[in-house]
Write a protein of this length. Structure first.
Length: 205
């Protein structure tokens, strides 16, 4: 966002690299578990709140530091006395928000894992199916179900289900259903009759 030219260059560049890593690392964790981890609405709102708080607390001081570097002639691209560009201000706010949102979601994920409920099997009705041909994020065949606490339609990976699912069929989702997050362990076609001793919780009327 700004390029200092004084002896402070190395620390600032290092800090910039650390900031990028902090912003990108949670995103990589999320992408790696895209088809298995589904956050509840309250978790997503908590992440957004963390992004807002982070911007209020840290972005103004970072902007003042950048403007001070410009005022004393430490910026390689802007002359002394120029204003810190609005484009860079918006980029800074976006990066700060991404860092706080990503790490709040990572903290929620960790808390949910530490107090994970027992492995549960639930039956859901398939609302729709989709065959992916490009940009598939490691899944070429997905099914849409009302997964998140019976309030939100969610696409889940159904590649391992054979034969292919059809709209209206029932599927068996095995996973950890925590109030903050759902982690899917496997997706199977629901049996016509539950196996002996198996308790199935259905989300359909």
């Amino acid at each position: 966002m700004h390029k200092p030219t004084s002896s402070n260059t190395k620390p600032n560049v290092t800090w910039g690299g650390v900031t990028v890593i902090l912003a990108v690392l949670p995103a990589l964790i999320y992408i790696a578990g895209f088809w298995r981890i589904h956050f509840a609405p309250v978790s997503l709102w908590t992440g957004l709140a963390a992004a807002v708080v982070g911007n209020v607390m840290f972005a103004p001081s970072m902007i003042r530091t950048a403007q001070r570097d410009i005022d004393v002639g430490m910026n390689a691209t802007l002359p002394r006395g120029a204003r810190f560009p609005w484009r860079d201000r918006l980029m800074l706010h976006a990066v700060v928000g991404l860092v706080f949102f990503g790490w709040m979601m990572s903290a929620i994920w960790l808390c949910a894992r530490l107090v994970a409920p027992p492995l549960t099997e639930r039956v859901f009705r398939v609302e729709d199916v989709n065959q992916c041909t490009r940009s598939c994020l490691e899944c070429t065949y997905s099914a849409s179900i009302v997964l998140r606490f019976e309030t939100m339609t969610t696409w889940i990976c159904a590649e391992d289900v054979r034969p292919r699912l059809r709209e209206g069929e029932l599927i068996l989702v095995r996973g950890y259903f925590h109030p903050l997050m759902i982690r899917i362990d496997s997706v199977l076609r629901a049996p016509d009759k539950p196996a002996g001793g198996r308790c199935l919780i259905t989300s359909t009327p």
